[in-house]
Design a protein around this ligand. Structure first.
Ligand code: ATP
Length: 317
């Protein structure tokens, strides 16, 4: 029986702009997604019966068919029934380190790891773009998580154009364990409050170009200028999440006044908040100072850094 061990990194949003509505009910977005080295570990083992089993050490993560790793394995089983019959089912263990329901694509990166791992277990030889296409049917962030790095994502977030990768920009990440923000709630509330300002025709290229403001961030990334990237951080969803979650607003304000912090922003639909720091020692200092200011054990704090990698295979047997 074969086994693979994979690393599944989280992401943060350096940029998230809502452009308008799409005919499929999703929002038309412009996002700049960045992998970070805070990661889950995924173990995959072939098993002789044609079933899918999921284990996870985190109490908030389901191990039934609603887990995204289950859905990823089920998708592969449906697409490649002959491989399932030949190689057997799969036993999946998720070692969670990424905070759950945090706006860090935890479930999506786990699903991406399962697609990559089953491709190897079953000798399918799928290309990155084939894996990304499969991932897009599971969730908008899954295609990005396969390849990782620094990427501009458009459409509902599944159309990816790589940017030069940003390595070793140090980040402090904060998330209240018990605080969750539902991504559908955040987008729905945004539509209710700000939908009147949406671009009416998202296929009108001139209107679209005028509506998108990401060029400053793209230039800062091309220049690999951490200070400028920090100035250009943007997330439209802060407009609905910060007023609804005073703890997130407090973190945001606390990070903003710390020495060594170049910029701070909520990631995705929150409630995690990150701060870009000038160096690793400064990030460690910022983490200590925020911990002193908020001694609440419910608050998780991490020092992490940007990485150019998505799913990585770390072992096989
Ligand atoms: P995104 O940034 O893509 O919106 P997120 O980081 O906000 O995602 P997740 O950590 O993926 O959120 O969790 C969202 C919900 O999905 C959780 O409530 C959790 O119960 C469920 N879930 C299903 N599968 C997983 C998984 N493998 N890991 C984490 N959560 C999962």
């Amino acid at each position: 029986m074969r086994s693979y061990s994979l690393i599944a990194p989280a992401k943060i949003n350096l940029y998230l702009e809502i452009i308008g509505d799409r005919s499929d009910g999703y929002h038309e977005l412009v996002m700049i997604l960045q992998s970070i080295d805070l990661a889950d570990q995924i173990e995959l083992h072939s098993i002789s019966d044609e079933t899918i089993r999921v284990h996870c050490n985190h109490p908030q993560v389901p191990t039934d068919k609603t887990n995204l790793v289950y859905r990823a394995a089920e998708l592969m089983a449906k697409k490649f029934p002959a491989a399932l019959a030949k190689y057997g089912g799969v036993d999946i263990t998720v070692h969670k380190h990424i905070p759950v329901a945090a706006g860090l694509a935890g479930g999506s990166t786990n699903a991406a790891a399962v697609l990559v791992g089953i491709d190897l277990l079953w000798n399918l030889g799928l290309t990155k773009s084939e894996l990304e296409e499969l991932g897009g049917t599971l969730g908008s962030d899954v295609p990005f998580c396969v390849e990782g790095g620094t990427v501009i994502a458009t459409g509902r977030g599944e159309q990816l154009s790589p940017l030069p990768s940003l390595d070793h920009i140090y980040i402090v990440l904060a998330k209240y364990r018990s605080l969750e923000v539902s991504t559908p709630w955040a987008y729905k509330t945004y539509r209710q409050q700000f939908g009147s300002g949406y671009l009416k025709d998202t296929n009108d290229l001139a209107a679209r170009a005028a509506a998108v403001h990401s060029s400053g961030m793209v230039k800062a990334i091309l220049d690999k200028d951490a200070a400028e990237i920090s100035q250009k951080l943007h997330n439209d969803l802060e407009r609905v999440v910060l007023p609804a979650c005073p703890q997130v607003l407090q973190l945001r304000e606390l990070f903003a006044v710390q020495e060594g912090v170049l910029g701070t922003m909520m990631s995705g639909s929150g409630p995690s908040v990150f701060a870009i720091c000038a160096s690793q020692p400064q990030a460690e200092q910022v983490k200590l100072r925020v911990r002193e200011a908020i001694p609440d054990e419910d608050l998780e704090l991490f020092v992490t850094c940007t990485t150019g990698q998505g799913i990585q295979v770390t072992g096989d047997r």
